[in-house]
Design a protein around this ligand. Structure first.
Ligand code: GDP
Ligand code: MG
Length: 441
């Protein structure tokens, strides 16, 4: 398979000290094939590969990962970034009801999605209502009613027997009804065609103009692969949309459509559907999608583990030094950077057993202060970091000027460092930490 091939090419890189240009090019070629096989559109692949190459060339050689893993990590990170990074939440109106309109080709999964979204929103404490504006297909209204019943939400539909109604009129009256019955969100289901056609687009545009939705969600079947770009472009230029929902991810599609649609339209993917049941639905997770497109879930797990192991090794080495009273400011900085990588420091320390009373104090330990500490240590020479005792008055002044702080800040840091080092070595003696000399030592 593709993922095997990619893995084997990347394995060839293993053992090399750094990423050479030839390595990067060879890897890029395989990744290109990988993306094309995942049905990512060609222009999108080109842009993406260029971006990855650029970054790989500038990349520092990682100590934790071998070159193969490093390239995959970069590819994965760039994929996640393109897929939207953090999941965007629904835009809701300040004055309810919020209106969410669904648009997309016939069979994309709009009506099913209406039910899924309604159920999900209900779970979040909202009181959604569905409006049936697909009057094209004979069974469309009934289908929405069935879905609404399953989701436990009311459906506004034209009265039967009046011939084919006007969807724009139904949409408008639906919103009125939602206001009257105090529903805070209205989901407008619309008609689609098998292909993009002018009449369908016209109708969607008219409905959008009539109801002024807070979100227009473009619903797209992940299985349509390369067609996703054309369809998305047609909807972007026609009715326009503010977000994307991918459906049928339970199929065997590699999810390349996600990357294409996101990159070509610039609109975020908000939700993902992965089955016919109302529960088969979730907010969109860019990291999961990236791993699906790459088809290298195992490799990504390995990379994560390798990095964690490396961090742990470094932490242990520093603990050894702490215990022996040989901690340097360099170690201190490294530890701090490791901690910061793991997230807001207060959260992390707050998770330690017995850290209960410490929590309030920790909450005051603000990130700005950490930035300052970091800047000060960075302003020191290696010799100063190694042996802070040599930091005399003139050095302190130079460091303060160089890192944009006051001399008293530098004094503060150096004094606290000595205190901490003393305390750690005492504690290590008492608790028998590795590297400690022990009470008698
Ligand atoms: P619409 O024409 O856009 O309203 O699409 P429908 O909601 O009627 O869905 C078309 C078909 O796709 C129906 O048979 C649905 O059951 C099915 N469907 C919708 N979403 C999904 C999904 O996420 N996975 C699978 N396997 N089927 C889906
Ligand atoms: Mg439908």
């Amino acid at each position: 398979t593709l993922s095997d091939r990619l893995t084997s090419v990347l394995n060839n890189l293993r053992g090399k000290g750094r990423l050479s240009e030839a390595d990067i090019d060879a890897t890029a070629r395989e990744i290109r094939v990988a993306l094309l096989e995942a049905d990512v559109a060609l222009p999108v692949v080109r842009t993406f590969i260029a971006k990855v190459k650029e970054r790989a060339k500038g990349a520092e050689v990682s100590q934790a990962l071998n070159p193969a893993q490093q390239v995959v990590k970069i590819v994965n990170e760039e994929l996640i970034a393109i897929l939207g990074g953090e999941t965007r939440r629904l835009n809701l109106a300040k004055n309810p009801p919020s209106v969410i309109m669904l648009a997309g080709l016939q069979g994309a999964g709009k009506t099913t999605l209406a039910g899924k979204l309604a159920k999900w929103l209900r779970g979040q404490g909202h009181t959604p209502m569905l409006v049936a504006c697909d009057l094209q297909r004979p069974n469309a209204v009934t289908q929405l009613q069935v879905v609404g019943e399953r989701a436990g939400v009311p459906v506004f539909a034209p009265e039967p027997g009046n011939g084919v109604g006007d969807p724009v009129d139904v949409a408008r009256r639906g919103i009125e009804e939602a206001k009257r019955a105090q529903h805070d969100i209205v989901l407008v289901d619309t008609a689609g065609r098998l292909g993009v056609d002018e009449e369908m687009m016209r109708q969607a545009i008219d409905i959008r103009a009539a109801v002024q939705p807070d979100e227009v969600l473009f619903v797209v079947d992940a299985m349509i692969g390369q067609d996703a770009v054309n369809t998305a472009t047609a909807f972007r230029d026609g009715v326009g949309f503010t977000g994307v929902v991918l459906t049928k991810l339970d199929g065997d599609a590699r999810g390349g459509a996600a990357l294409s649609v996101r990159e070509v339209t610039g609109q975020p993917i908000l939700f993902a559907s992965n089955g016919e049941k109302l529960e088969d639905f979730d907010v969109f997770h860019p990291d999961r999608m990236a791993s699906r497109i790459l088809g290298m879930g195992d490799m990504l797990t390995l990379i994560e583990q390798a990095e964690q192991a490396f961090d742990a090794e470094q932490a242990e080495a520093a603990a050894m030094k702490m215990g022996s009273g040989q901690l340097t400011l360099e170690d201190f900085l490294e530890q701090m950077l490791t901690l910061r990588k793991m997230g807001p420091i207060a959260n992390l320390l707050g998770m330690l057993p017995g850290a209960g009373q410490m929590k309030d104090q920790l909450a005051n330990l603000d990130e700005k202060h950490l930035d300052r500490v970091q800047a000060i240590i960075r302003g020191m020479t290696p010799a100063e970091r190694e042996d802070p005792k040599i930091i005399n008055a003139s050095r302190r002044l130079r460091i303060a000027n160089g890192s944009g702080v006051r001399v008293s800040d530098v004094n503060d840091l150096v004094n606290r460092f000595f205190e901490a080092r003393k305390m750690m070595s005492q504690m290590a003696g008492r608790f028998g930490l590795p590297g400690a000399r022990g009470p008698k030592g």
